[in-house]
Ligand binder design. Structure first.
Ligand code: NAP
Ligand code: MN
Length: 284
């Protein structure tokens, strides 16, 4: 069956131009580009990782039926690993991809219990972080129902393996291979001295364990900033938050396999980085 494709872009001129070009190339090959609101099999994002994160949040109810493909227009492009000058290869291979199993990555399930008892669930692709902006956040940290530590910090972050190269890495977290079904907690500016002690290093737990965080400020229930991926929720009356690997996974089309460590090398070491070939050649 011909693949049904939906194209999602950011609003940059170069992304919109590339979308036109891609749609033209796909039309020539008889690939159906569906309008918004119709069912599709492949979601192609054009932009940066932020664009892919937005698309993920918009279409998260369809994760079991869709596969993502990220085209990169001048950002870091950790998830968006197709270059703007590779459209022909992408279109050619889209017709053959049907037979291949997609590559899937773990997601983070976030369950927030508010101070009034309301429970809300979210899903993240990269990470979830909780912060205080009005004083030291004092968090009781439980691992799988067992009290582990009281952490005093500006906040904390829990990341998925593919999110481990995002915010988590800036907080000193390890880069994790996404074949691992695990999540990683990092501290944000923790207090560690004679009086106050927390683990102080990143902590990685497996799929069947979870973190439960109960935050307070100056010994009282308070308002916090809850962030996940590119979403920020301010003044959130969090009582507790439970973080665990989700049942759902995100799937990427297995068109060409980029070795995970090649992607890390390209994004962070850049030994073979070549100034990007200008799109102009293609747009002419
Ligand atoms: P952004 O401010 O554009 O993101 C910051 C940078 O992180 C961008 O270069 C982005 O790539 C890159 N990025 C996103 N996910 C990544 C991943 N899984 N691995 C490696 N790099 C990644 O904001 P955004 O585009 O909406 O992305 C939100 C994400 O940015 C958050 O989930 C968080 O992981 C990350 N972030 C990091 C810091 C930090 O390190 N201090 C601060 C804020 C946000 P593109 O340029 O391709 O978008
Ligand atoms: Mn971005």
């Amino acid at each position: 069956m011909q693949p049904r494709v939906y194209v999602y872009t950011n609003q940059k001129a170069v992304s919109l131009q590339l979308k036109e070009l891609l749609m033209l190339k796909m039309k020539k090959r008889g690939i159906a580009i569906v309008p918004q609101g119709q069912p599709f099999d492949y979601l192609i994002t054009i932009g940066g990782d932020g664009t892919l994160l937005s698309a993920f949040h918009q279409y998260q109810s369809m994760l079991s039926t869709i596969q993502f493909i990220g085209i990169h227009t001048g950002h870091l492009g950790f998830y968006a690993d197709w270059q703007s000058y590779e459209l022909d290869e992408l279109v050619d291979n889209l017709l053959a991809v049907d037979q291949k199993d997609p590559v899937s990555y773990p997601l983070l399930s976030i369950e927030v219990t508010q101070q009034d008892g309301t429970i809300t669930k979210y899903l993240a692709l990269n990470e979830c972080s909780l912060r205080s902006n009005t004083g030291t956040m004092v968090s009781d940290v439980y691992v799988k129902n067992r009290f582990f530590e009281t952490l005093r910090s500006d906040g904390l972050c829990v990341a998925t393996p593919t999110g481990s190269t995002g915010l988590s890495k800036s907080l000193g977290g390890a880069v994790m291979h996404p074949r691992l079904d695990a999540i990683q907690l990092t501290e944000i500016a923790s207090l560690n001295n004679r009086v106050y002690r927390s683990l102080g290093s990143p902590m990685i737990i497996p799929k069947d364990e979870w973190f439960r965080i109960e935050p307070s400020i100056r010994g009282k229930a308070s308002m916090f900033t809850l962030m996940f991926d590119n979403v920020t929720l301010e003044n959130y009356p969090v009582h507790a938050i439970r973080l665990q690997i989700a049942d759902e996974r995100i799937r990427f089309a297995n068109i060409r396999h980029t070795h995970f460590w090649d992607r890390v090398e390209a994004s962070f070491i850049g030994r073979n980085y070549q100034p990007e070939i200008k799109l102009n050649n293609q747009l002419k």
